[in-house]
Write a new protein. Structure first.
Length: 239
């Protein structure tokens, strides 16, 4: 197709910008902080899952301790009532004996409860310690994520600014080029992974580096300043 040599030089610059933008976008996707943040989030989620399990255990332990304390309080009140009845019985030994047996039974139950409450307290302390460790792990992970995100956002914004500047220049260049030239460039770029345009270097395609000989070379040169490589089908600037 017909084209001005200056337009083709501008199109080569457009292609250079396109490739630079592709590379910058790749750098954005591969920023190490992004990957590290994802790993930290996964670790934090794993810790949170364990913490949720521990909190369930802690809730059960709290309920168990409350139940034991309520029963012990009830038994203590029963002991007090039995003692009052003994005091009121005076010389009625049968009543004294009856209430004394009741007090002994209550005292034995309270002894059993005391052992269970000690075990429950130990369990609560153990679970509480594990919970504190897990909560500390989450806090550490969140602090590290915040630090990495700050570094990531700074690096990412720098890449975004570069891409914006390149795209602005790209738009200027494309606006100055003929529509039909841009159309064939875009179509070829889509087919060739972004490298649509090269230069004929002697008898070789500057892109695929394949030699062009004989009649093919003569035919190609006759289409100057823009032809198509007979091998890779990319556009070639012919000076």
């Amino acid at each position: 197709m017909q084209a001005e040599l200056q337009d083709l030089e501008s199109l080569l610059e457009v292609q250079k910008i396109d490739l630079m933008v592709m590379q910058l976008k790749k750098q954005r996707a591969e920023l190490p902080q992004r990957i590290q943040v994802m790993r930290i989030r996964k670790k934090r989620d794993e810790i949170q899952a364990k913490l949720d399990q521990v909190m369930v255990l802690q809730k059960k332990a709290d309920a168990q301790m409350t139940m034991l304390e309520d029963e012990d309080r009830m038994l203590a009140e029963k002991q007090d009532r039995a003692q009052e009845l003994i005091d009121a019985a005076g010389t009625d030994f049968r009543k004294v004996e009856s209430h004394s047996k009741e007090m002994a039974s209550v005292a034995k139950r309270r002894e059993d409860l005391a052992v269970k409450m000690l075990d429950a307290e130990a369990q609560l302390q153990k679970v509480g310690g594990i919970r504190s460790q897990l909560e500390g792990g989450i806090a550490t992970a969140e602090a590290e994520e915040a630090r990495l995100r700050a570094a990531f956002e700074a690096d990412d914004q720098n890449l975004i600014d570069q891409i914006k500047a390149l795209n602005a220049r790209r738009s200027e260049l494309r606006d100055s080029l003929p529509d039909d030239l841009i159309a064939i460039y875009d179509k070829t770029a889509a087919r060739t992974g972004g490298v649509a345009l090269g230069k004929l270097e002697g008898e070789t395609c500057g892109v695929c580096r394949t030699g062009i000989e004989g009649g093919r070379l003569i035919e190609l040169r006759s289409k100057a300043p823009l032809g198509t490589c007979p091998n890779c089908k990319r556009l070639l600037v012919i000076e």
